[in-house]
Each structure stands twice: as C-alpha cells, then as structure tokens.
Design a binder for this molecule. Structure first.
Ligand SMILES: *Cc1c(COP(=O)(O)O)cnc(C)c1O
Length: 426
C-alpha cells in the first residue's frame, strides 16, 4: 500500500499542530511510521487520502457502533444543522435524549450532558466530592478517564503509549488526592481505604477496562468494590465512556449485573459528535448547579447537532437491541479465528474479550491488570500492526487499546482479517 499523500499531509500538519495530531494516540508513535489521513468512511470501511480502502476496527475509538456515516444519524444531523447550530438556550431535544438515556440505563434518574468523556469524568468526581464532602479518589493503574489533572496518574491509553502516565503540569497538590490501586486486586483497594479511612469520596473505574487493552474484571473484584463502597460511604463511579451503550442498552451495569452510584458516558452516546454525560440518582444529581452548589457548565453542552446525533444513535440501539448480540457474536468469531491462526504459529499470546471489545497481547501471561498488559512484546505487536495495515486492516496503533467492532463489519470482512493474520510472519 502507498501512503504518499498521508505522509505529505502529516508533514504539513506537524508545522502547525503539535505532533501533527489533535490527540496523541493518532500519531502511530508506539508502532512507528506515519499516521494515515482519512478522507471519508462508509459502513465498516475507511477511505484514506491515498485512495486505499481499509477495514476499520476502531470506529472512531468506539462511537460508531453501527458503522461510519450511518444514515439515520447523518440525516438527523443535517436536518438539525439547517435550523441553527447553537443557541445557548434550552432546547426540547435535550430532554428527549435525556429521557431515552434514563430509560435505557438502569439505576439513573437524571443525566447532564457535556462535550467529552474527559468532562464527564472530571465533573463526576467533582460531584462526588461535593456530595460526600471528602477529597480523595481511588483510580486504577492503566485506567483512562480522560486528560483532566486528577486522572493523569498512571493513566492508560495514549498517556501510557507515550510514556507519560504521570504528566508534567499536574501539580503534586492534585496528585496527592488521587490514590492508585491495581485492577482486579480487591485486597489492595481495601488496604488503601483502610489507610485513608473517612477521606475517600469515590472509586472510579472502567468496569470493563479498554485503555490497557481489554481487561475483564473478576466477579469477586467488581462485586467486592461495590460492597466496600456501600460499607464505607464511598461513591462508586463507573466510567462507561467506552462500555456505555456498547455492552448492551444498560452498558456494564447491565452486563455485570450490578449498580454503580455515578456513571460517565461519552463515545456512543454522541453518535460520532462530541458528547459526554454523567448521570446518577436524583438525590445525588440535585447537588449540581443550578439546583445545588456543585458548579458545572458548558457553552456548547447539549448542542443541538450533537443531541440529534446522539438521539438518532440511541433510538436505533433502543429499537434494535439484537445489535449487541450480533456484535458480540462477530467479536467471538474474530477471537476464534485469531486464536486458531496464532496457535498454529506457536506464538505466545493472550486474547481478552468482552462483548464487542477485544485485544491481542503478545505475552504468555494472562493479562489482568496494567503490569501484565505492559509485559506484551511490542516488537511483535509492531510487526502485527503494520502487517495487518499493509493488507488493509486498520487496528488500534497501540497494544494498550481495545478494538471496537461496529455492526457494519460483515463475516466476509472478518474472514479477510483472519486470513491477513494467517499470512503474517510474526
Ligand atoms: C475515551 C475515554 C475517556 C475520555 O473521553 P474523551 O471524549 O476522549 O475526552 C474517558 N474514559 C474512558 C473509559 C474512555 O475510553
């Protein structure tokens, strides 16, 4: 495949945009080479600036669960755009999307819309602190909750890909209120809670992690967190920015059969436009301004184009819940196909999967937390990534990212993908 125009565009971009990208993981730094500039996309396919067609396993990092340029979403956005793009005043469609989200997700009464997953998590933590009157939070190494200061402590995703899980610019004052635990290690969390008795406002977690590859929580761990939080008066925040409206209508809460106290959303809820949201019971949400004293705001929050995209997307998912099953089956098919090929190659690997999230790790140790994820062989991963890309398969350009399948992917696309892996010399 030829990437001349992408490389030229990347050079131009670097002159005026730091690193040539507006979000670090796009830059291909972990795998080497220049990033691909996309021109357009439809269904499961990306079309790049050099005229290559790629099968997409990222779906804009999750939002496009039904594929690119999905007609009902596009039509809703176009129709709304003709009536004005922003008002800074309340609009009816915000209530429609809020009602639909509240009806789909268990255990929430009210939801507030923001513009990104970062904002959702940042605001959820502020709300938790305002509500409990406590300062500290616990997060897990390798989990990513956006790029706000309190979360850039052993963060996953791009932060770890670029070797700055603890970013310069985050003050020690902020860092000291974020306590770190290991994923799937309940005893570690219990010890932290004990050592900081009465000081912890919230535990925030990706209920199925996707930012250190896909990591599934053990029942004992995730149910243990719930029990611990309830006993100690700590709020349990599920960051469902990835899992919300992907693992099922009710997201991870439904898939894991449990309730969290505050939920964060992003990605799918915006249908490909910039939307985030956080939600909880009325009693907790009533602490937010203007009802309560915890301040949170946004000039473009609840933007009509973004709400139209989100409403069209959630309406489709609400009317067609069989999509989640279809996606999980396709992901399982990919898993089994990859497994057969890699077994044949006799290479050390792990595949983690939950619903339509999946990741491949080149290590012989089970990947259950950040440390085990970091043991993956990155040289093999690079060969794998570029080998697949050369055959028109677009996978996440970092071993610390999950794939996000979209329902436009056909079994033929999956067979092509499995055959591409078979042809590689890893
Ligand atoms: C993507 C992501 C975020 C951040 O969302 P942005 O819209 O990129 O700010 C937060 N939490 C999780 C779990 C994510 O996957």
């Amino acid at each position: 495949m030829i990437y001349q125009r992408s490389s030229a565009l990347f050079k131009e971009a670097q002159k005026v945009i730091p690193g040539g990208v507006n979000s670090p993981v796009r830059a291909f730094k972990a795998v080497g080479g220049d990033p691909i500039f996309v021109k357009e996309a439809k269904g499961a396919y990306l079309f790049d600036e050099d005229g290559n067609q790629l099968i997409d396993f990222i779906a804009s990092w999750g939002p496009l669960i039904l594929g690119h340029a999905y007609e009902p979403v596009i039509n809703a956005v176009v129709a709304k755009a003709k009536k004005g793009t922003s008002f800074g005043m309340p609009t009816e469609i915000e209530t429609h999307l809020a009602k639909l989200a509240v009806s789909m997700v268990p255990n929430i009464d009210k939801i507030r819309f923001v513009n990104s997953g970062t904002e959702a998590c940042m605001s959820a933590v502020r709300l938790a602190r305002g509500y409990t009157g406590k300062d500290k939070i616990i997060k897990f190494a390798g989990c990513y909750h956006g790029h706000s200061d309190s979360f850039l402590i052993q963060a996953g995703s791009g932060a770890v890909t670029f070797g700055s899980p603890n970013s310069p610019g985050v003050t020690q004052g902020t860092a000291k209120d974020t306590l770190l635990a290991n994923y799937n290690d309940l005893v570690g969390v219990e010890e932290l809670v004990k050592a900081n008795e009465g000081e912890i406002a919230a535990i925030i977690i990706e209920p199925v992690a996707g930012n250190m590859g896909c990591i599934v929580p053990t029942d004992e761990f995730i149910q243990g967190l719930r029990k611990l939080c309830t006993e100690k008066g700590i709020l349990l925040i599920f960051d469902e920015v990835m899992t919300g409206f992907r693992l099922g209508k009710g997201g991870a809460q439904e898939a894991l059969g449990m309730d969290a106290d505050i939920l964060c959303f992003g990605k799918v809820i915006g249908g490909g436009l910039p939307v985030g949201a956080f939600a909880s019971r009325a009693e907790i949400m009533s602490h937010l301004a203007p009802e309560g004293p915890v301040y949170q705001a946004g000039t473009l929050s609840g933007n009509p184009l973004a709400m139209a995209a989100g409403l069209a997307m959630l309406t489709e998912l609400d009317n067609h819940p069989e999509v989640f099953e279809s996606l999980a089956k396709k992901t399982e098919y990919l898993h089994e196909g990859f497994q057969k090929v890699l077994d044949k190659k006799g290479i050390a690997y792990q595949i983690n999967r939950f619903g339509s999230m999946i990741s491949v790790h080149f290590t012989d140790e089970p990947v259950v937390d950040f440390n085990s994820s970091a043991k993956g062989n990155n040289e093999t991963f690079k060969k794998f990534f570029h080998g697949m890309l050369d055959q028109g398969i677009y996978l996440p350009p970092s071993a610390f990212e999950s794939y996000f399948l979209n329902d436009a992917l056909s079994y033929e696309d999956l067979d092509t993908t499995i055959a591409a892996l078979d042809s590689l010399d890893l």
